[in-house]
Design a protein around this ligand. Structure first.
Ligand code: BGC
Length: 751
């Protein structure tokens, strides 16, 4: 066949022929590479090393710096950036690609990695979806798929080949500052949502001829540090790893996931990046992952100056390569490359070990089509932020809003005449989006699109006939320094209004900058709420936050509570339409909202995790699978009501190769059309390894008109209630099980 001669390459090599198999191409290319070229492929460096100013925001290439790194050190990958114009990205990637493809002998294209975690977040004008914690609250995997799909659709033309998402860690520790990057605390929800995101990114046919790779991160157990602080040690049994932390990653791998990023922390005393057990025995041998493993940011360096497990950088490199790492996100120097050379020289790392990693990396580049289509294009930039994409983000945001309390049907607020909007998120765009939006820690307020709404402006639009009044933070007197006279003047002002929306919560943070000492809602906000709650106007607390800040003492003081989470660019519109009732809320908590700052448990805790010495209370707790949550996992109100029938089973028992059909009927008993998510749990009465009180196995959304009934079913097989032992092998316990929907349950046996 005729192969087009690439400019700058001297010969036509077999690896340039797209008609032969990827493995033949990889083998051919590998044998033409020098050792140092191979090591270069195993390195990822930061954009600041190849841009003009060395500043993160700068997406303008310095060709001299890039040439040095690519021609002399053969660097195969770069990462990072910030939200700049598509044309700027396009130019940057053309120039970077040209150096790699046309100005080196082998012409191996670079692969560029970027943290587009909820839409193309480092691209001006892009569509920004809700963060993952909100997507999970929709219990609609289509939204996770759309988030991945639109991300690829809007960014793959720009040379963004590699998306550092989804986060498949479990949101089990609400203190953890990356809680909002997760799909919540439940392994099944994270599995379904995460794999949908991966498919959206990797299987988007509209991006042809380009393809993108997704990254499941941060493998594994990162989210459950004992202190709740970022990157601090976790103590996890192998049982917990196999049973709870593995499934979300496994499902993504089964869906064709191409890359995995490591957890920067330690588990049981071993930093994960240096753990052969986690990266090789578990991830490769047991889970069957054969894609690329990349470290997180400077994980190898952290072995020296954070974990103190390696005396120097070279030792750290040895530990991580020995553990199974393919690419070092070094990302600011060339010590990985020089250390690797020395380690090979000393006979501690073999070239065959290097070949293993480089094969995977080259295979990734071939599979993404980088050799055939290395250059970005700019003739489809109209796709970025186009209305259809933003509609997808709006639909996701609407379904992600969770109504937690609605005393006396405060909501929907029909025809209020005067609305007051207060609180730190009343008029903020950035607070609605959280970190990894436009910039690592979230962009500056002025960077957000003009057409994006804040809660205040969205309410103005939602209620064109009402007077909507914004209270600046300075308009709320300091509750601790206020005189009686000032207090009553302020309350008089509020009493003249009929609806108050207090938008509380958190400002954006990312990673360690979000570490906190106290999970309670910040004192200033609680004090303000106390004061405001004395007014006669109805008070709606709207929580715009990345993790569940404790509100236990406040819930009786407010009439309604909306958990808005981090709903993204379209979030304010979604909140306003839920307040007005144009949208009937349908979000359900993907985590247990904690009641106390010092005691929290996920819904799938052990029976012995929550007990009482009072036998009656103990019995009630066990019977109801209770937990100490303020609002339990799966909770969320609607403007209509749903009634469930008993759970019916097709049989009372099954053998190890049998199945039982479980059915439940749900009726909309209210006056509004509404959507309910039905959660199907199972629970084993006895297990040789202590079992969770219940485990989510299936969920389904159903939309019903008033009076309408739907019959839903879930087919239970022994495999669905099997659980892994330490080796990862699943066992099926014979005995009695329950299938649970809401408070209803029915029992069956495995015989
Ligand atoms: C974060 C990762 C991210 C990487 C690259 C790290 O600090 O932990 O989630 O993908 O940086 O930006």
């Amino acid at each position: 066949m005729q192969i087009e001669q690439k400019k700058g390459t001297f010969e036509i090599y077999p690896y340039q022929n797209p008609d032969i198999s990827v493995s033949e191409r990889v083998d051919d290319l590998l044998k033409r590479m020098s050792l140092y070229e191979k090591i270069g492929q195993m390195t990822q460096l930061d954009i600041t090393l190849i841009n003009k100013t060395g500043n993160q925001k700068d997406v303008v290439i310095d060709p001299k710096k890039a040439r040095n790194l690519i021609q002399n050190h053969h660097i195969g990958s770069f990462l990072n950036g910030e939200a700049v114009e598509p044309e700027t990205w396009n130019k940057f990637m053309i120039e970077l690609t040209r150096i790699a493809v046309e100005e080196t002998e082998l012409g191996i294209p670079v692969i560029f990695g970027i943290d587009h975690i909820h839409g193309a977040s480092y691209l001006k004008g892009s569509t920004i979806f809700p963060q993952s914690i909100n997507l999970a609250a929709t219990y609609n995997p289509e939204h996770a798929y759309n988030t991945g799909w639109v991300t690829a659709y809007e960014s793959s033309d720009l040379g963004h080949h590699w998306i550092f998402a989804p986060v498949l860690d479990l949101g089990v520790n609400p203190l953890w500052p990356r809680f909002w990057e997760t799909y919540g605390e439940d392994p099944h929800t994270a599995s379904v949502m995460g794999s949908a995101f991966v498919e959206g990114v990797q299987n988007n046919e509209e991006t042809a001829p380009y393809k993108q790779a997704a990254t499941a991160k941060h493998f594994l157990g990162y989210s459950d540090p004992r202190t709740g602080w970022d990157r601090t040690p976790a103590q996890l049994s192998i049982q917990q790893i196999q049973e709870f932390h593995r499934p979300s990653f496994q499902k993504a791998i089964d869906a064709g996931l191409k890359t995995v990023m490591t957890n920067s922390g330690e588990i049981n005393g071993v930093p994960v990046v240096a753990s052969h057990f986690i990266l090789t025995t578990l991830l490769r041998d047991q889970m069957g992952f054969d894609g690329v493993i990349i470290t997180d940011w400077d994980d190898i360096g952290k072995l020296v100056d954070f974990h103190f497990t390696a005396e120097n950088f070279k030792e750290a490199v040895f530990h991580s390569i020995d553990a199974g790492v393919d690419i070092s996100m070094t990302p600011k120097h060339l010590d990985f490359n020089s250390s690797m050379l020395e380690l090979v020289d000393e006979g501690r790392i073999t070239e065959e070990r290097i070949n293993q990693s480089v094969r995977r990396i080259l295979r990734l580049k071939f599979e993404l089509g980088l050799f055939e289509n290395p250059y970005p294009r700019n003739d489809r930039l109209h796709r970025i932020g186009q209305p259809e994409n933003r509609k997808k983000a709006l639909d996701a945001a609407r379904e992600s809003i969770v109504l937690l309390k609605n005393e006396n049907n405060t909501l929907p607020a029909i025809k209020p005449r005067r609305i007051g909007v207060l609180g730190i998120s009343a008029n903020s765009k950035r607070n609605l989006c959280g970190g990894w939006t436009l910039a690592w820690q979230g962009g500056k307020e002025s960077q957000y699109p003009d057409e994006m709404h804040t809660i205040f402006s969205a309410l103005k639009e939602e209620y064109p006939d009402a007077e909507v009044i914004l209270f600046d933070p300075d308009d709320i007197p300091d509750p601790n320094a206020i005189s009686k006279k000032e207090e009553s003047a302020f309350l008089d002002k509020l009493n003249a209004l009929d609806l108050l929306v207090y938008a509380a919560g958190e400002e954006p943070y990312c990673e360690f900058t979000g570490n906190i000492n106290d999970l309670r809602l910040p004192q200033k906000q609680s004090d303000e709420l106390e004061l405001i709650s004395q007014s006669t106007a109805s008070l709606v607390l709207t929580l715009v936050q990345g993790r569940p800040r404790i509100i236990t003492e406040l819930i009786d003081k407010v009439d309604a509570i909306i958990h808005a989470g981090l709903p993204g660019f379209e979030g304010a519109k979604a909140i306003a339409s839920v307040i007005s009732g144009r949208v009937n809320p349908s979000g359900k908590l993907p985590f247990s909202y904690p009641q106390y700052p010092n005691h929290f448990l996920p819904y799938n805790h052990k029976k012995s995790s929550y007990f009482s010495f009072d036998p009656e209370e103990a019995n009630r707790i066990i019977q109801n699978n209770e937990s100490p949550a303020l609002y339990p996992f799966g909770f969320g109100l609607s403007y209509t009501t749903f009634k469930y029938s008993k759970v019916r089973l097709s049989s009372e028992s099954m053998s190890e190769d049998g199945s039982i059909k479980a059915e439940v009927s749900v009726t909309n008993t209210g006056k509004e059309t509404g959507t309910e998510t039905v959660h199907w749990f199972t629970s084993t009465h006895f297990g040789r390894i202590t079992r969770p009180v219940k485990e989510l196995k299936h969920f389904e959304r159903v939309t019903l008109n008033p009076g309408e009934t739907a019959d839903l079913e879930f087919v239970i097989t022994p495999q669905k209630v099997a659980y892994p032992v330490k080796s990862g092998k699943k066992i099926i316990e014979k005995g009695t099980y329950s299938v649970i929907v809401q408070k209803m349950h029915n029992d069956f046996e495995i015989i």
